[in-house]
Structure formats: C-alpha cells, structure tokens
Ligand binder design. Sequence first.
Ligand code: MN
Ligand code: MN
Length: 319
Amino acid sequence: MSERKTVIPNSRVQARFAGITTFGRYPRIEDVDAPVDWAVVGAPFDGGVTFRPGTRFGPRAIREQSQYLKHYSMDHKVDVPGVLSLADAGDAPIKPYSVKETLDGVAEHLCTIGDPSATKLMLLGGDHSLVYAGMKAAWIRQGKPKGGLACVHFDSHMDTLDTVWGEKWNHATPFRRLIEEGILDPKRMVSIGIKGPLNSEDDLDYAREQGIELVTHGRWQAEGFAPIRAVLDRIGSDGVYLSYDIDCVDPVYAPGTGTPCVGGFTSAEALDLLRQLKGINLVGADVVEVLPDRDVAGNTALLAAHVAFEIMALDAATR
Ligand code: MN
Ligand code: MN
C-alpha cells in the first residue's frame, strides 16, 4: 500500500467523516510535489440552465458523497490511486451573473492546473454549459490538435441548439459552440442515452447533419454496446474528451438534476456502460448537472462521485 502514487488517509486510522472534504479524500494539489495524473476541479456555476437552477451546489455535494469512495476497481482489477497520482484542485473562479465570462474564466483557469502534458482534468459541475470550458481547456492543453477532439457524451439531451431565449451561451448549446470553434470534431463524437420527447421533429437535425453518432436510449436497448464500440474502433487512439450529464440516468436513480428525463439508465447500467469504454484514450472529462436541492438522499451526488471514479479507473486500467 505504501507504493501508492496517491497518498490517501488510511480510513482505519482517520475516519472518512473527519478532515477537510476533498474529492475521494485525495490530497489537495498544493500538497503534491510532482505533477498529478488527474486533478479534480469544481465549477460551482448554474447560470446557463434552461429550467431548474441549483447545480452551483453540485461540486460540494459530489465531494461530500465521495468520502465513502473506495479505491480498488474489481472490474478492472486495478487500485486506481495506486496507479494514478490524484489530487483535488479546488474550484475554478466563476462569475455568477455572466455565462460567457464564466466559461472563458474557467477555461483559462483550467489551463493553469498541473502540467498540461501530464495532468488530465476531471471537472465537476455545475451545469452543462461548462463542457465548453472543460473541452476547450483540454484541447489547448493537448496543443490545439487540428480537427479538434473526439468526444463520448452521455446525456438525455443533445445540447446542440443554436440559441435559447436569444442567448448563445447556455447548457443547451455548448456542443454547437465547440463544433463551430473547431475544438470538437462531430464526426468523432458519440452521444449516448438521448431520449425524448423533443421540442420538435427537427431537434436532432443539426447533430445528424454534423455526423454525430446518436445512440439514443432506444437504440441502446435494441443494439446494446455495438454502435458505441464501432465509434471507439473508428476513433482508435485519438484523444477523447468524456462529458457526463447525470440526467442520462433515470430520475428514479438520479433525481437531483435540473432537467430530468424519465426512462433512462439505471445506476448499474450507467456504471457498466462506462466500464465497457476500457481502452479509451482520455484527455479530460466532466460530470455535470447534479442538483443537490432535489437530491433526496444524496444518491445523485453519490452516483456522480462514482461516475468520476469510474472514468479515472478507465485511465488507470489502460496504463
Ligand atoms: Mn447536457
Ligand atoms: Mn441533459
């Protein structure tokens, strides 16, 4: 155990409910000398929501629910903090009254964390507008690869609208902005768990025209993991950004979210889907849309903590 890359207090010595609350009880990044493999960063911002606000409290809730995270993945047979150096980098600065200033500021801040060539970032939202900042920072940290990044996207919604209420910057539009700026390659993007009803028949037209692979919830039920596997095989070793909107999970399991959509994944299905991504070449990730005030027993934040862990476990399993 002393060989672990991440120093985590022994829970048999220091109780899990004691001490300052960092994600997974990982050390604060200031307390780690060498560049870490993954830094967890909060972005307590919900100025981009189209329905119920409150995800600004998401990062704190996820950190709190992460205290009981254990570290050894039985599925991948890997001690995640044993293989990876992990740290909590605190929260990014936000401007609660401005979406665009927040996204630019968060992206800028993310670019300063750790060593861009070695450190990957796990962004905890906050609403899904933040994927613009998370993915832009990942793209810059990768040296702005021409053609943009590949993306695996879990969500009930496509988030590729042009505007809402006349505003271009919100949680229903980030992937369109990323495509427009050449940061995201839609032909190397798969969106998993999309389900209706839609606002109108043409809601998904933009995504389809851009070449995004849609694995709707119904298609997943019919075809399983195969269409996702096909995209992963096609993008091969490309750098992939993983964006996880917790509302892809059924509100029975994840009620704490602002735009809930019935008929989604169970918690077990959600975790199993993530584990099947083993081999993916991650360059960064986010877990967004946790809304603690609607989260009756903290189970949405608990699931979000596990989702973040499983994403980092994917990286640990491929090293
Ligand atoms: Mn979303
Ligand atoms: Mn959503």
